[in-house]
Design a protein around this ligand. Sequence first.
Ligand code: HPA
Length: 273
Amino acid sequence: MTALRERVDKAADFIKSRTKVKPEVAIILGTGLGALADEIKDKEIIPYPQIPAFPTSTVIGHAGQLALGTLGRKSVVAMQGRFHRYEGYSLEEVAFPVRVMKTLGAKALIISNAAGGMNPLFKAGDLMIISDHINLMGDNPLIGVNDEKLGPRFPDMSQPYDRKLIALAEEVAGEEKIKVQKGVYVAVSGPNLETAAEYRFLRFIGADAVGMSTVPEVIVAVQSGMRVLGISCITDECLPDALKPADIKTIFKIAAKAEPKLTKLMSEVIQKL
Ligand code: HPA
């Protein structure tokens, strides 16, 4: 057994010893987009530092926790706090919790993020269903010794985002009268925001939105056979020829404002899975 699978099993065994919840759905929420986790009922909380082999937080006081319980009729596990490449974690660490949640039984991953909108038709506050992605992090969570029990060495990526889940999200958005865009998400390492030339380049290569997360977790989820739905909250308009200085406070404010519709969309989708 590889050292990685040993760590995954150790973390999963510990969580199983602490809760009876057998999650069907895994949830990872973006910066300022965490309200869905507050709606989990009969909630059991496990702080990350208690979980053996889990990545340890570099930021004191922001360790994060797993929340297990039920959302409507579904058993779920949600990460409250995620790991980012720019904090210094390797991508294997960033995506480690996905492997643990899969081992706990989760067959689907619902993941959100805050992202810069480069498609000129997108407005700050829009939601974008991710149709595909580009990995420009310059790294990959699957680099290293491969354990076939965790997934194949060369996983297919022809359709990382599940077509049926995309259709379901569009259907729910229509029913709930939530405006949604659809497009390609490109992941960069960050932490600086992009230059105008970089936004121009990222748009040119086919991306609609840019952010600093999600892709490592999705690659690992797909490798392990999970169905994935990803939704970006467009927090700023990144048009290279009309670029204003990015203001992180405004980005948080826009995310907070768009959050209720994202939470509604995700919780309805989870009910209908
Ligand atoms: N770039 C990268 N990440 C982001 C952005 C951006 O413009 N906006 C929100 N997250």
